[in-house]
Every structure is written in C-alpha cells, then in structure tokens.
Ligand binder design. Structure first.
Ligand code: MN
Length: 231
C-alpha cells in the first residue's frame, strides 16, 4: 500500500533485554539548568521552559561511532537525562505526570554550536544545529520502576576520561513532572515520545576520535565515539 518501502522504525535499547522502545518524537528542553543558561548568555530566572525537536531517527545506540557531522567546525556535547513516555496524554497535571513515564536513559544532545549561534543571531530556526544524523546518542532505557530518581542524582560527562560536565538532576529549573505537564498543554504526548530534559553547564567542543562517556545516577552509562566524517 506504500509507494516506497516505509522507513525503519527508530528505536532505543532497553536495559537487560533484546526488546526495544519505539521512538515517535524527540522533544528537547532548552536551558533547563541555571548555570548552563548563564554560560550561554541568558538569564535563567524568569524563563518558562521552551522546546525544540530532533527527528526520531537521530537516535544512536551506546557503543556506536557517531560520524563527525558535515557543515560545522564546532560540535558540542550536552549530557541529558532522557525520559521516555509510555502513556499518551494532554493537559497532564503535574501530580499525574510521572505516571506517563515508561523509563529513563542517559543521552547526549550533540549540537552544531556554530550553526546554532548563527541561527540565534539571525533569528532563524535551530533545526540544522540540532536535528542532524547521529545527533542523539541515547543509552539503554531503564524501566521507571527501577529508576532510583528522576529529580536528584549525579549527571556527569567525560571526554577521553576528563570531566566536562558534572551536576545534579536537582539543579534542573523545570523538574521532569513540570516539563511533561507544560509540554502536554501544547501538544498531545504519545507513547514512544522521548524528552531530553536539558543539559547542565560545561558544554564544549568535541573532535574526531573523542570518546564521550555519560552517566546519570542509577541508569546505564552511555559511551559514544566521534568518528571521521562520512565519506
Ligand atoms: Mn540540549
């Protein structure tokens, strides 16, 4: 019934099983840690949460090589807690929001910072700075019942063994429940949606050959190597 073979279903690994979590959409929160908002030149105090998307097929499993993307000379790492939605909803109440969470994982929001800076300066969209191929390495999801906390715990990223980002989920300006509630006022969340919940301070450039290792307390670590550009 399709005129072409339908594209493969994007998916994320699930810890401890061969089963996978199908990805529908990826929403990302901007400037959700005060120190990161400041390092990007913004006042973190009075901003409501804001969102951008990545295409679902940007996801990359742990232990894969992410080719250095074309069209940029400044790719930054942003370690983030990733929340997977397992139950649809809109206008979700904060008190009910965590009932919509299926699980959580560690992710990295790879960003073409030079293109993003240019987009900000020219008031253009962020799409090409955020939504490129291989731009969302995400580790295996841990089902929510086995996640110790979505609101506190160390979030940490090293490059070649050296710490670049080191913070606590408790530093989030908008906690996970608030983020889900707010987002669901604007779009209907559905099972299969991922929310990348923002990055703490310490974002910096990566180069070909760098090994990124990211952790969130209680979740399966993520390891990504920056590979050579695709030929
Ligand atoms: Mn981000």
């Amino acid at each position: 019934m399709f005129v072409l073979p339908p594209p493969a279903q994007a998916s994320v690994a699930v810890a401890g099983t061969a089963e996978r979590f199908p990805v529908r959409r990826i929403y990302c929160v901007g400037r959700n840690y005060a120190a990161h908002a400041r390092e990007m030149g913004n006042d973190p105090n009075r901003e409501p949460p804001f969102f951008f998307d990545k295409p679902a097929d940007c996801v990359v499993d742990t232990d894969t090589v992410a080719p250095y993307p074309p069209g940029t000379s400044s790719v930054h790492h942003e370690v983030e807690l990733v929340v997977a939605i397992g139950k649809a909803g809109r206008d979700i109440a904060v008190a009910d929001a965590l009932n919509h969470v299926w699980g959580a994982a560690v992710g990295v929001d790879l960003t073409r910072r030079d293109l993003q800076d240019e987009a900000k300066a020219t008031r253009r969209p962020w799409d090409l700075s955020k939504g490129f191929d291989y731009s969302a390495p995400i580790g295996p999801l841990t089902p929510v019942a086995a996640v110790p906390s979505l609101s506190a715990g160390r979030i940490h990223l090293t490059v070649n063994g050296e710490t670049r980002q080191d913070a606590d989920l408790a530093d989030m300006i908008w906690p996970v429940a608030d983020t889900i509630a707010y987002l669901s006022r604007y779009i209907a969340l559905a099972a299969g949606d991922l929310i990348m919940t923002g990055t703490p301070a310490g974002v910096a450039a990566v180069v070909e050959g760098d090994v990124l290792e990211a952790t969130v307390a209680g979740l399966v670590p993520l390891k990504t190597t920056m590979g050579p550009p695709l030929g």
